[in-house]
Design a protein around this ligand. Sequence first.
Ligand code: NDP
Ligand SMILES: O=C1O[C@H](COP(=O)(O)O)[C@@H](O)[C@H](O)[C@H]1O
Length: 502
Amino acid sequence: MPSSRKLDPTIIVIFGGGGDLTRRKLIPALHNLMLDNLLPQRCAIIGIGRRSMDDDTFRNHLKSGLEQFSRRGGSTEQPWDDFGSRISYVSEDVTSKESGAALTRRLNEIDSDWGVRANRIFYLAIPPSMMEPAAAMLQRMGVCRDCKRDRLVVEKPFGRDIASARTLNQLLSGMFVESQIYRIDHFLGKETVQNILAFRFANSLFEPVWNRRYIDHVQITVAETVGVENRANFFEQSGALRDMIQNHLLQILCLVAMEPPISFDADEVRNKKVDVLRAIRPILADDVHKSAVRGQYARGFVEGQAVAGYREESGVSPHSCTETYVALKLLIDNWRWQGVPFYLRTGKRLPAKVSEVSIIFRSPPHQLFPSAAVDNWQPNRIVIKIQPEEGINTRIQVKQPGTRLLLGEADMRFRYGEAFKAAAPEAYETLLLDAIRGDATLFMRADQVECAWNVVSPILAAWEAVPPADFPDYPAGSWGPEAADRMIARGGHNWLQPGMKR
Ligand SMILES: NC(=O)C1=CN([C@@H]2O[C@H](COP(=O)(O)OP(=O)(O)OC[C@H]3O[C@@H](n4cnc5c(N)ncnc54)[C@H](OP(=O)(O)O)[C@@H]3O)[C@@H](O)[C@H]2O)C=CC1
Ligand SMILES: O=C1O[C@H](COP(=O)(O)O)[C@@H](O)[C@H](O)[C@H]1O
């Protein structure tokens, strides 16, 4: 890995510089990279937006966000000035035919100050409808497939269905080569999500049992306590299937289910992930009700606080049919996973913010312990804790202390915080640094995004055709609609409540 201080001079242009994502995630991430000496020595940040703002106003807006959102808080380790002096703002409306001129001038000024043509990263943190005009603006500026030192980072959502994702891919691939395009899914930057690959492929203990012969089923839970917050405009158009399943949960599933790659070459890893998506058994229109459950929260209590129902949230229609909860059963038609159900669920206003992957193993082939000894018996289980706890639990059966042979459960626990002293980087730190270095392994390739849309398309179609009869159907603060419990029970399983014993 090259020393980051020796990385090529880089200019990061953030379209949507005045937006929420930039203030909450991108600037704190870049600031932390600077504090860790990981930014290129010559690195400038330019924010783009329609509003007119001078550089100081823009810097102050970002600085207050840093104090609020950075994992280090408003760090005093190094004065803000160091970082702030790298930041400037250029007002451009990407929909205007004249846009691009002011940004080009700013880029040229920086290149001329540095005496070098810097690498350029164009980060599109703008609403989906602005992606196309922003790409056209870049084209007008002369950014193109021949400019190999220029990269494009594209925020989610990548399209709102398979057709719009294809259109956006076609548009971008007409202008850039695939290796210049970094489609972001911030879950892939999470330390614990990347650790799924390390756990599986850097150890020889687990891979031999990582298949249908030993694994009974897999559960992936991404639960949130937050409601729709101030994003009703976006969420009303999206829903949990598009917002969470199509990207984050399917990407986690790929990491759990993929075949071992030959190397960590970006395309090698992405090929193996695409194989998983392509092997997911399509859900037939008539079977959607058996394999997919949607839900919407009613008012209730989360962490002791009374909270409004989704339909009462500001900006949400009182008759909204948007799902805030999804549970799915997916099957993967390949040798490794034939017959092993993968249950996925995600929801807003659930009792805890917790993301976990549970691998539940089959029972031993022969039960040699007398039934009295196995009163409490549960199959082995590996729980990959993504957040807020970060680590892995391996649940085993052990002999309880005492003169009788009684079995009990115990956990072998790994926790990042206990095993390592260093603080983990935020997902956006990892991903921004990878984009600066030119490593696309943790980013989505065009075919990955399209395959993931193909998985959810039949469900989207079925749900759009028939509005839900019973929304809202789960109280805020519960684990979701009862229909999700019935769905998993039909497969002979039950949801493991994250953080709880069973
Ligand atoms: N916020 C979050 O936590 C997350 C956001 N995302 C994605 O990131 C993207 C941005 O989200 P977010 O920051 O929340 O959105 P905001 O609405 O807060 O910001 C949107 C930004 O886009 C700019 N913009 C809009 N239209 C134009 C235009 N015609 N020309 C130039 N700039 C324009 C706005 O500038 P101005 O106001 O000056 O017009 C503003 O800075 C979205 O795609 C979203 O889905 C993804 C994951 C999480
Ligand atoms: O992409 C999104 O993710 C967040 C959850 O991310 P996390 O890192 O806080 O777990 C989710 O709240 C949001 O709706 C979605 O757009």
